[in-house]
Design a protein around this ligand. Structure first.
Ligand SMILES: *Cc1c(COP(=O)(O)O)cnc(C)c1O
Length: 483
C-alpha cells in the first residue's frame, strides 16, 4: 500500500470540508435531475428540506431505549399503525420499524425460523419456499440464519408458477414468501392463490412489499387494476414495506407488519444474563438512530393521503408513458404486466445487444441498472423522473440505433463483461470473479476497479465460457431464459 489515509493530526476547517464534500459528490449519480432509475426516491426540494429538519431534531437520539426516548417509541408505533392501516391490516396488526427492506426481511425470516423451532422442533433443516424473482435479501436471511431458500420457477408473465411453489413445499418448510411486486419487472405474484396455499399447509406467508408497499395502495385508489396483495388476502401473515422507497423519506426506514403478536413475538431478542443487565432489542440493530424514525413519521404526516395520491399518479403515468415509448422502439420489448411501476426492457431482436445499449446510455449520463435474466435494463420510475422521460426515450432510441450499427461493441468495455456474466451458466465461477472484485474494492487502499477492464473477470469468465461452449455441444440446452 502506498498511502493510507489517517485521521488528521489537527482537525480541519468544517466549511472547507463541506465545500470539498460538495465537490466530491458532483461525480455521483444525479437523482435530483431524475437520471437514476432506482436507488433514490426523491420527491422535491421542499419535502427534502423539511425531512432534513425532522431528521436533525433526532440526530443524536437512540431508539434502542424506548423508555429514555419515549417520543421516538411513540413515532415508531404511529408509523407502524399508519402502515398497517394503509395495508388493511386487522386491528390486531403489530410490527416494528427497521433500517430498510433487507432488515425487514431478515427479521421476518428469523422470526419464522424461531417460531418453527418452538412449534415443529423436529425440523432440522428448515426451508422457505419462494419465487425465483424474490429479492436476494431472502438468500441473505437463509445464509445468516441457516434456512434453505427453495426457489420456484416463474412464468413468462413474471409471476411465480403456483404449481411449482406447491411442489417445493415439504415437511421441513417453515414459511412461504412472495413479492408484491418483485423488483426485476415490477410484477405482483399471485398472492390470493399463495395465501390459500399457505392456509391449506398451515404455514406463515410473508409478502415482500418493500418496493411497492407505499405506492400500490394509492394506485388502487386511483383506479389502477391492482391484483389483491395486502392483509385483505387470507393467509398473508406479514408484509414488509419500505418508507424510504415510495414513502419518499430519508434512507434507513422500513416497516415490518405482522397479522398479530403470535408472529412478532418471535422477532424480539431478550438477554437476561448479561453482566450489564437485562438487554432487549426488537430488531437486528443495537443502537437505533432516531433520525430515520422521525423523518419517516414526518414524511407520512406531511404528505398525507392527498400528497401520496398525487405523487403516485405522477409516478404511474410516467411509468406508463415510458413503457409505451419503449415498446414502440423497434428492437425492444417491455417486460412485466401493466400494473407495473417498473419499466424493464429487453432486446426483441438479435441485432440489438442490450448491454451495448446500456453502455451508450451511461455515456449519455444516465445511471443504468443492468439485469441478467433475460438481459435487460431496469427503470423503477418515481416522480423525479417525470420531467426527463422524453429525453430518456430519445436517448434509448439513439442507443439502440448505435448498437445495431456497431455490433463490434458487444466485445468491448462493460458490455463484454455483462454479456459474459449473463451467459456463463456456472454460477460458482461468476461468484468467484465477483468476490475477487469485492476483495479489490475492500482492500486496504479501497480502490474502485475498472470493471470492464478487469483481468480477473475476463480471465475466469472466458475460461468458463469456453468450458460451457464445449459442454453445450455435448448436452442440448433444456431451459431458456424468460420472464
Ligand atoms: C429494495 C427492495 C428490498 C430490500 O430493501 P433495502 O432497503 O434495499 O434493504 C427487498 N425487496 C424488494 C422487492 C426491494 O425492491
Amino acid at each position: 500500500m502506498t498511502h493510507r489515509t489517517r485521521i488528521p493530526s489537527t482537525g480541519r476547517n468544517p466549511d472547507q470540508l463541506l465545500a470539498h464534500m460538495d465537490q466530491l459528490r458532483t461525480a455521483d449519480a444525479d437523482y435530483r435531475g431524475g437520471r437514476t432509475w432506482s436507488m433514490v426516491y426523491w420527491a422535491n426540494e421542499a419535502h427534502e428540506a423539511f425531512l432534513k429538519k425532522a431528521h436533525n431534531l433526532y440526530f443524536s437520539d437512540n431508539a434502542l431505549n424506548p423508555i429514555a426516548f419515549k417520543s421516538l417509541k411513540q413515532m415508531e408505533s404511529e408509523v407502524v399503525q399508519m402502515t398497517a392501516d394503509m395495508l388493511h391490516g386487522p386491528d390486531s396488526a403489530v410490527g416494528t420499524m427497521t433500517s430498510g427492506g433487507t432488515e425487514s426481511i431478515l427479521v421476518a425470516m428469523a422470526a419464522y425460523r424461531d417460531r418453527a423451532r418452538r412449534r415443529w422442533p423436529w425440523i432440522r433443516r428448515p426451508n422457505v419456499v419462494l419465487p425465483e424473482t424474490a429479492h436476494p435479501a431472502f438468500d441473505k436471511a437463509g445464509h445468516y440464519f441457516g434456512i434453505r431458500m427453495r426457489r420456484a420457477a416463474v412464468l413468462p408473465t413474471g409471476q411465480v408458477d403456483i404449481r411449482d411453489m406447491k411442489r417445493r413445499i415439504d415437511r421441513n418448510t417453515i414459511a412461504l414468501a412472495a413479492s408484491a411486486p418483485q423488483y426485476v419487472t415490477g410484477t405482483i405474484d399471485p398472492i390470493p392463490e399463495l395465501g390459500a396455499l399457505a392456509l391449506s399447509k398451515r404455514l406463515p406467508f410473508h409478502v415482500d412489499g418493500c418496493f411497492g408497499g407505499f405506492i400500490q395502495p394509492w394506485l388502487e385508489k386511483l383506479g389502477v387494476a391492482m391484483p389483491p396483495w395486502d392483509f385483505r388476502v387470507p393467509g398473508v401473515t406479514s408484509i414488509s414495506a419500505d418508507v424510504h422507497k415510495y414513502g419518499y423519506t430519508a434512507k434507513g426506514a422500513s416497516v415490518i407488519v405482522y397479522r398479530d403478536m403470535s408472529y412478532l413475538r418471535h422477532q424480539f431478542f431478550v438477554q437476561t444474563g448479561w453482566s450489564g443487565g437485562i438487554y432487549i432489542s426488537p430488531s437486528m440493530r443495537g443502537t437505533r438512530p432516531g433520525g430515520p424514525i422521525a423523518a419517516a413519521w414526518a414524511s407520512l404526516q406531511a404528505m398525507g393521503e392527498d400528497g401520496y395520491l398525487e405523487i403516485a399518479k405522477t409516478a404511474y403515468d410516467t411509468a406508463q408513458h415510458l413503457r409505451d415509448g419503449l415498446n414502440a422502439i423497434d428492437g425492444l420489448r417491455v417486460l412485466g404486466l401493466p400494473h407495473s411501476i417498473v419499466a424493464a426492457y429487453a432486446a426483441s431482436s438479435d441485432e440489438v445487444d442490450l448491454f451495448v445499449v446500456a453502455d451508450q446510455l451511461q455515456e449519455r449520463g444516465w445511471s443504468v441498472d443492468r439485469q441478467s435474466t433475460p438481459p435487460s435494463i431496469h427503470c423503477s420510475v418515481n416522480a423525479a423522473n417525470a420531467p426527463v422521460v422524453d429525453e430518456y426515450l430519445a436517448d434509448v432510441r439513439d442507443a439502440v440505433a448505435h448498437a445495431r450499427a456497431h455490433p463490434e461493441l458487444s466485445t468491448e468495455g462493460d458490455a463484454a463483461m455483462y454479456g459474459m456474466m449473463a451467459k456463463v451458466p456456472i454460477r460458482g465461477l461468476v461468484d468467484h470473479s465477483v468476490r475477487k472484485i469485492m476483495e479489490q474494492m475492500y482492500s486496504p487502499d479501497g480502490t474502485m476497479p475498472d470493471l470492464g477492464a478487469s483481468e480477473e473477470i475476463d480471465g475466469t469468465l472466458l475460461k468458463a465460457l469456453d468450458l460451457f461452449d464445449r459442454a453445450k455441444r455435448a448436452i442440448p440446452s433444456r431451459r431458456g431464459a424468460g420472464l
